[in-house]
Design a protein. Structure first.
Length: 116
């Protein structure tokens, strides 16, 4: 994937980077709704008890980088209801419009790109 920085300089943000595979409890589903990029993505978590499909029922923002989500397992024999956190933990490609109120650590990959 190639990205163009403001001013026209192109770079490949994931070139030579080894990415960790996601947890087996996280499943990515692509919906057919359209966004600015043309594809939207919805992330669901498998029930940690029965590994069935879980659906987010409610969520609330705890901060700019943390959201608490209540999930319910769709397996009627299980019915587990639990809370998970969705947190921004590191930056892969820094914003071109940085906000001084938000401090998100750079990934090793982003720091390497910044130093090259």
């Amino acid at each position: 994937m190639q990205i163009t920085k403001p001013g026209g300089a192109a770079f490949e943000p994931f070139k030579g980077c080894q990415m960790a595979l996601p947890s087996p409890f996280i499943r990515t589903l692509y919906s057919e709704s359209f966004t600015l990029s043309g594809v939207s993505m919805r992330i669901t978590i498998c029930c940690p008890v029965c590994l069935g499909r879980s659906v987010a029922r409610t969520s609330r923002s705890l901060s700019r980088t943390l959201r608490e989500i209540t999930y319910r397992c769709e397996n009627d024999q299980c019915g587990h209801i639990y809370v998970a956190n969705l947190e921004v933990v590191r930056t892969l490609v820094p914003s071109v419009i940085p906000n001084p109120e938000v401090q998100i650590p750079l990934s090793r990959h982003a720091a390497c790109l910044r130093n090259s």
